[in-house]
Design a protein around this ligand. Structure first.
Ligand SMILES: [Zn+2]
Length: 98
């Protein structure tokens, strides 16, 4: 089952995930995400700590995209302001000729 990186919020079956704590001798006290409906090979199982580390990378990538989007929006605003200034000049010239 390919969950993708980060925190699994839903299982492929549609159920929400739940966080449980391992009671095994191999991973005592280690938290994990699991499908909230069904325990099985085709349902979510992911270690909580690994998901959290992946989530940092996911969020960092999203943050980079948002920063780039904001930079583009700022450029667009500057261009729009310049266009608006030119439009106002043209209107003022038309008004003075009337
Ligand atoms: Zn499931």
């Amino acid at each position: 089952m390919d969950l993708g990186p980060g925190i699994p919020h839903n299982c492929q079956c549609g159920a929400l995930t739940i966080v449980l704590t391992s009671g095994t001798s191999r991973n005592p006290g280690r938290k994990f995400y699991r499908c909230g409906a069904i325990l099985g090979p085709n349902h979510v199982f992911k270690w909580f700590d690994e998901a959290q580390f992946e989530e940092f990378d996911v969020l960092a990538s999203k943050q980079t995209m948002i920063i780039n989007d904001l930079a583009q929006i700022n450029k667009d605003i500057v261009e729009l302001k310049n266009d608006l200034g030119e439009i106002i000049e043209v209107i003022e010239q038309i008004i003075t000729k009337l």
